[in-house]
Design a protein around this ligand. Structure first.
Ligand SMILES: Nc1nc2c(c(=O)[nH]1)N[C@H]1C(S)=C(S)[C@@H](COP(=O)(O)OP(=O)(O)OC[C@H]3O[C@@H](n4cnc5c(N)ncnc54)[C@H](O)[C@@H]3O)O[C@H]1N2
Ligand code: MOO
Length: 552
């Protein structure tokens, strides 16, 4: 809940970010307080019990524990499931695992929205209410229209919103490729094909330790041996052998390599093969893997450790890469603290620490992360002076008195490509084109709603700007029934265990507890999902590869 006035501006109190806010205006649109405990009210939509299922390799120990603890907590404290201010209306509060067959509850949309709970479909069963929740009006222009009435709009369906974000990136003129040394190229994308600069192997080489032999045995063994990296050995005459190490150049006229364990020296020092010797055996011929000029990898390939290895083997010192899209993060809100415990109605900024590394994991370079408070002028100046490819704002997307994003976009004459999305949480998210090569994604302030906006709008845009293309969507059967919103998509944190998606609790728009232990977000279509139904999973960048690899 935003602070409602008074008090020192926290953006001024903490120096690491550039707080430019000095405004007396405070956000007041969340003014009504919950009647009882300030619980954020997040009903578990699923029966997420039973932690005994065998783990999928994808589920981290942390995720496992988070799921277990979430379930235990839910069982111990059913009250946490709901917004206390709604408790009287919600007879199912004590049921920690809402079943699919529960009748939808009558909507408390207005009240829920005041509490930042508009993304709780289980509070809002009536399809007829969704338009009101979305702030839709049938007379509004469609998304993509230049719209100076920024506060009234038609929300875009979730799949279409992602497609619009991808299209927006494709419309940006392609950036100039940048040559990058190998040791700085991890995580970038190849701007040009990786073409072999050499034959591989570049010489005939031994695949084994043993003897290079010429002609049929037994062989007289030369005094010297050949090690990897040594001079070109002399020619072997028929009936001769020479000791050779794996990777060493095979002498001209050698017909095979006899492995050390397959050869025996007699008392005259002659080599006898103990197995049949097939011509060419254990010799890696020059060019076996590639010839100079062969395309090894196409443009658009993500530079992984293996790609770095291949590029080095093929003779590269640097790679031509797509420059990382440059992102500037603007965190709005006077109520945010950067250290210590929440106090006096102020809360910790959860998005400042979360977004930059997440953006890097998506292939972006974070050029700045700034806290602006709730200052319309500071926001306007920050946007007009930014040269980032993508500006990411957090908070201020709704229609409260200090929600400055829409008015500022209007003032800038920005083109709204997406103005609200039919997704829970996160429906006030937006995408605007500021200039031909500059976009702005407005993430809602509620932290999980911000994650939803990040994955819905920023990720498709960034992946394409980074040259990565769009990953193939994949689905996993969901273990439990998941309640859906009547008309909107829902994104629900899940762990994947035993090849099934297990929905987690604590998925309310203001909560990060679920997502922090999750492997991904399940895409729940309007109307919900039945057990066993396949749901698309949006991966979290670290869930598969671990922290060390992807945050370059
Ligand atoms: N009248 C209406 N009010 C609201 C609606 C609505 O449809 N009609 N939608 C609600 C929904 S849903 C969301 S989500 C929020 C989006 O609001 P804003 O983008 O303007 O976000 P704020 O008001 O600035 O903040 C919302 C909430 O999140 C907290 N917050 C903000 N920034 C951070 C941060 N960096 N770290 C942690 N928490 C943050 C903020 O204190 C508020 O509690 O609007 C609803 N209202
Ligand atoms: O539910 Mo709001 O949609 O929290 O983003």
């Amino acid at each position: 809940m935003a602070r409602e006035g008074g008090g020192q501006d926290p953006a001024r109190r903490h120096g690491t970010w550039h707080g430019t806010s000095g405004t007396a205006a405070r956000r007041g649109h969340h003014a009504p307080r919950p009647a009882a405990a300030p619980n954020t009210g997040d009903h578990a939509p699923v029966a997420a019990g039973g932690d005994s299922a065998p783990r999928s390799p994808r589920a981290t120990a942390q995720a496992d524990q988070a799921a277990r603890e979430a379930e235990q907590a839910n069982q111990a404290d059913p009250a946490h499931q709901g917004d206390h201010s709604h408790q009287a209306e919600h007879a199912h509060q004590g049921n920690h695992s809402l079943q699919a067959e529960h009748a939808p509850h009558t909507g408390q949309a207005g009240q829920a929205q005041h509490n930042g709970q508009a993304g709780q479909p289980q509070h809002t069963g009536r399809p007829g209410q969704s338009a009101r929740q979305d702030g839709q009006s049938p007379s509004d222009p469609p998304p993509g229209h230049k719209n100076r009435q920024h506060h009234r709009h038609a929300a875009t369906p979730w799949p279409e919103a992602r497609a619009i974000a991808a299209r927006a990136a494709r419309a940006v003129p392609p950036p100039i490729p940048v040559p990058v040394p190998l040791d700085a190229a991890l995580g970038l994308v190849l701007a040009a094909p990786l073409t072999a600069l050499t034959d591989l192997p570049s010489f005939d080489s031994s695949a084994m330790d043993g003897w290079a032999v010429a002609g049929p045995g037994p062989w007289d063994v030369c005094a010297d041996g050949i090690l990897a990296g040594h001079e070109v050995p002399e020619q072997l005459a028929d009936g001769e052998a020479i000791r050779i190490a794996t990777g060493a150049r095979v002498p001209g006229d050698a017909t095979a390599v006899v492995r050390s364990e397959h050869g025996r020296l007699d008392d005259k020092g002659r080599l006898h093969a103990q197995r049949e010797v097939v011509p060419g055996q254990d010799i890696r011929p020059r060019g076996q893997e590639c010839r100079t000029g062969d395309q090894l990898l196409p443009p658009g390939t993500l530079v992984t450790p293996a790609v770095l290895g291949l590029a080095a083997a093929a003779g590269y010192d640097e790679l031509s890469t797509v420059p990382r899209p440059r992102v500037e993060v603007l965190v709005l809100g006077d109520e945010l603290l950067t250290e210590g415990r929440p106090r006096d109605g102020l809360i910790r900024d959860a998005l400042g620490p979360m977004l930059p590394p997440w953006l890097r994991a998506l292939g972006a370079e974070v050029v700045a992360a700034r806290r602006l408070g709730d200052d319309a002028e500071a926001l306007y100046t920050a946007i007009t002076t930014s040269d980032a490819d993508l500006i990411l704002t957090t908070g201020g997307t709704a229609a409260g008195p200090v929600d400055h994003v829409h008015p500022t976009l209007s003032r800038l004459g920005a083109e709204l490509l997406v103005n609200g999305v039919k997704v829970r949480p996160g429906h006030p998210m937006l995408l605007a084109r500021i200039r031909e090569n500059q976009h702005l994604v407005g993430l809602p302030g509620n932290p999980l709603a911000a994650v939803s906006g990040l994955l819905t709008l920023a990720e498709p845009l960034l992946r394409l700007l980074a040259g990565q293309g769009t990953p193939e969507p994949y689905t996993v059967p969901v273990r439990d029934a998941v309640h859906g919103h009547p008309s909107d998509t829902r994104l629900v944190p899940v762990v994947v265990r035993d090849d099934r998606a297990v929905p987690l609790h604590y998925y309310g728009p203001a909560m990060l507890r679920g997502i922090a232990g999750a492997d991904g977000l399940a895409v729940v279509p309007p109307g919900g999902a039945q057990p066993g139904q396949h749901l698309e999973i949006l991966d979290l960048p670290w869930a598969l590869s671990g922290i060390g690899v992807c945050f370059t």
